[in-house]
Write a protein that binds this ligand. Structure first.
Ligand code: CMC
Length: 443
């Protein structure tokens, strides 16, 4: 509990008496001063607020962590009210305009954009670690033909930890760097193997002559040709899509990576937890749900009835709303432009007309504007994936590939953060106590 505030705060400034919160506990009449740093109070400071010496002390109750900062981070900034997203201070629009995905991955992990020679080295390293051990291939082959590719990805990312046991030396800079390179390099390979497994097609090995996105397209779609030539417009569209999905501060999967990583497990296992969290329909699975919704709506004329269903709470408008953005998700704006470019290559999708009209009507409707529900990144990304010929099961896998760089950056930051301890929340116990044993025959 802060008394006088003469100590330095995290920003390097001198905290003053005004940077505090006065609390009066009406149960006891006692007053307390709690220090405010960066607009937050330390939950542990509240532990001093007690009704008696043996009282445990006051806790906060925050299911879903809606008002709890779990860490300090300098990776990703979201201005939810203004629709702003920045990686290491670079606006997302500028990165999508100017950078490649690998450049952005480097930025997220290292904090600065790479110089030419750093980028060359980084690209070389990632390109030369795209192969997976043949036993991983056999492991993927062991799944049923209709296994969900996210299930395959989840298991195979976890399995990687057994191939690189030295990764458990999480304080070793070299091992950390190699884990980062390997995870970014191998995730597209695992994703493409999962896809080809579902189709019963032979797996295509990585092609080191292609770009990161071009190699992925080759591993997915190469058939009998000697070498696959990716369409540069699709390569660029994928890169932009991956830049948009690379990080998003403390979302559900990143929180899972940090939470599991806080046990000091190796990074492959920590990232497998991220893949598992991303699998859920309220997180990475939403783009799949958007396509299913557009399928159900079927025709533009059915939109009013569908929106009535949403307002009556029979339906949810998938791809709308966000825990943090209470404005247009800036990623949705960039993706919308991207859809047109992809459809130029792949041909028009009738679902785009339904999506465009649905967005227009929802944004004209008080129900959605009053609740600050705007399109999020997933509203249009599914249309691009569909245009690329991907089955809906693959959509979340497409999200996991780029989010890998964000997860690693966040994991690295967590490992070095002296404030971090094993994630272990408290609970409010609501169950029975000290019950008498009843013999089986008497129950
Ligand atoms: N359709 C209809 N109503 C909605 C929607 C929606 N998509 N989203 C929120 N609402 C309503 C909700 O019913 C509530 O209304 P009321 O106050 O009358 O009860 C109000 O808006 C506030 O919603 P909330 O559930 O408190 O918001 P949340 O922050 O807990 O949930 C969300 C955020 C993303 C889970 C939710 O908006 C949602 O389910 N959206 C659809 C799924 C989706 O598109 N998810 C992708 C998120 S973006 C990808 C990512 O960054 O991971």
């Amino acid at each position: 509990m802060a008394e006088e505030h003469t100590d330095r705060d995290a920003g390097g400034g001198v905290a003053t008496a005004e940077d505090s919160l006065s609390i009066t506990d009406n149960r006891t009449g006692e007053s307390y001063e709690v220090e405010i740093t960066d607009g937050t109070v330390r939950a542990l400071d509240l532990r001093d607020v007690k009704v008696s010496e043996d009282d445990f002390g006051l806790m906060t109750y925050d299911p879903g962590f809606t008002n709890t900062a779990s860490c300090r981070s300098s990776i990703c900034y979201i201005g939810g009210d203004d629709g702003v997203l920045e990686y290491r201070g670079h606006p997302i629009e500028s990165l999508c305009e100017n950078a490649t995905y690998l450049e952005v991955a480097y930025l997220l992990i290292n904090g600065e954009l790479p110089t030419q020679s750093e980028l060359d080295q980084w690209t070389h390293e990632v390109t030369h670690h795209t192969y997976v051990h043949e036993n991983i291939k056999k492991f993927v082959e062991g799944f049923r033909y209709d296994a969900h590719p996210m299930g395959i990805l989840l298991a195979s990312v976890g399995a990687l930890s057994t191939f690189y046991p030295e990764a458990k030396k999480i304080d070793d800079d070299y091992e950390r760097h190699m884990a980062a390179v390997r995870l970014i390099a191998k995730m597209p390979t695992l994703a493409a193997f999962a896809y080809r497994h579902n189709l019963g097609l032979p797996y295509v090995y990585p092609d080191n002559d292609l770009s990161y996105a071009g190699n992925f397209l080759s591993m997915m779609f190469k058939m009998t040709e000697v070498s696959y030539e990716p369409d540069p417009r699709l390569e660029r569209a994928l890169d932009v899509l991956w830049i948009l999905h690379a990080d998003h501060e403390q979302n559900c999967s990143t929180n899972a990576v940090r939470g599991v990583g806080s046990s000091q497990v190796d990074p492959y296992s920590a990232l497998a937890a991220g893949v598992a969290a991303l699998y859920g329909p309220l997180h990475g699975g939403a783009n799949e749900a958007v396509l299913r919704m557009l399928d159900r709506i079927e025709r533009v004329e059915n939109i009013p009835d569908f929106l009535e269903g949403v307002k009556n709470r029979d339906e949810r408008l998938m791809g709308f709303g966000h825990r943090v953005y209470k404005n247009y998700d800036p990623r949705a704006g960039v993706i919308k432009k991207n859809v047109d470019e992809v459809l130029e290559v792949t041909g028009k999708s009738p679902k785009l007309d339904i999506a465009t009209e649905l967005e227009k009507r929802a944004l004209d409707d008080d129900y959605f504007t009053e609740r600050k529900l705007y399109p999020n990144v997933d509203f249009y990304s599914g249309l691009i994936y569909e245009a690329l010929g991907l089955p809906t099961d693959m959509f979340t896998v497409m999200f996991a590939i780029p989010r890998t760089s964000g997860w690693i950056a966040q994991w690295l930051e967590m490992v070095d953060d002296e404030d971090q301890r094993i994630a272990r929340p408290r609970q409010i116990y609501t169950g029975a106590r000290e019950r008498d044993w009843v013999a089986l025959a008497d129950r």
